[in-house]
Design a protein around this ligand. Structure first.
Ligand code: PBG
Ligand code: ZN
Length: 276
């Protein structure tokens, strides 16, 4: 992805401090561990790469709102978002590891944990674990409505997290299905999600709008890697006015009802908005 890089702890600390000064007041972290294993131990290690980055950013830029993506797929050797046995992803056994991951991120200093594995019950399991550790002030931004999308392609290549076998359709959602989206959001809301996220954003604007109308918590929309890559590629070919297309795209997500937008364009958008 042009303009997007895997950063070391030192680099991410510098990058986030500059982003903060430029007006980006929150970040979400994804980890790429040195080694991956069956049980995703890098996801919940005390000295895991995300845990180190959280501590380092907190020290350098204390007022940055730090979010951590809570999933196992970047850390598992098989690339699935949960525990795998005999070729099956095991929902309930994955909950414990996801809760451990969220706890270690919160203990490192994350303000928000963002479970993205799409395991049933993950929000409830994380809420209970955080509350037991007296971390009830840590917010949960639930990837409540996450479609099994081809738009995650560039991310998976960057994080080397494509599933080694099968796909994610057993736990991510079926693109033509809108009603299931509400069932998923209902469950996460009931389990204590503080923010509900819809992902991807631009090809699911109808879902953002419905979630906005139906729930009284902030709604987030994730403008994912493939959505970013489409604009970048056309711009590099000189086929579109990148800045205008970017702003129009982000505006459509906002208009659909998103209170929070996660986008690889954050720094460029802030710059463009300052001019506008
Ligand atoms: C982890 C996760 C993914 C993304 C965010 N969290 C990858 C996936 O589900 O395969 C995708 C982000 C993007 O494409 O920008 N589950
Ligand atoms: Zn995952």
């Amino acid at each position: 992805m042009p303009g997007v890089f895997n950063l070391s702890v030192d680099e991410v600390t510098k990058e986030t401090s500059q982003a903060f000064d430029a007006g980006v007041k929150s970040v979400i972290l994804f980890g790429l561990p040195e080694t991956k294993d069956e049980l995703a131990s890098g996801a919940y290690a005390d000295d895991g790469v995300v845990q180190q980055a959280i501590r380092s950013i907190r020290k350098a830029t204390p007022d940055m709102l730090i979010m951590a993506d809570t999933c196992l797929c970047e850390y598992t050797s098989h690339g699935h978002c949960g525990v795998v046995r005999e070729g099956e992803v095991l929902n309930d056994e994955s909950l414990e590891l996801l809760a451990r991951t969220a706890l270690s991120q919160a203990e490192a200093g994350a303000d928000v944990v963002a479970p993205s594995a799409m395991m049933d019950g993950q929000v409830g399991a994380i809420r209970e674990t955080l509350d037991d550790a007296r971390l009830e002030n840590i917010a949960i931004m639930a990837y409540a409505v996450k479609y099994a999308s081809a738009f995650y392609g560039p991310f998976r290549e960057a994080a080397d997290s494509a599933p080694a076998f099968g796909d994610r359709r057993a736990y991510q959602m079926d693109p033509p299905n809108a009603r299931e989206a509400m069932r998923e959001a209902d469950l996460d809301y009931a389990e204590g999600a503080d923010i509900l996220m819809v992902k991807p954003a631009t090809v699911y604007l109808d879902i953002i709008k419905t979630v906005r109308d139906r729930f009284d918590v902030p709604v987030a929309a994730y403008h994912v890697s493939g959505e970013y890559a489409l604009i970048k590629a056309a711009a590099q070919k000189g086929w579109i006015d990148e800045e205008r297309v970017m702003l129009e795209t982000l505006t459509s997500i906002k208009r659909a009802g998103a209170d929070i937008i996660l986008t690889y364009y954050a720094r460029e958008a802030i710059k463009a908005l300052a001019k506008a």
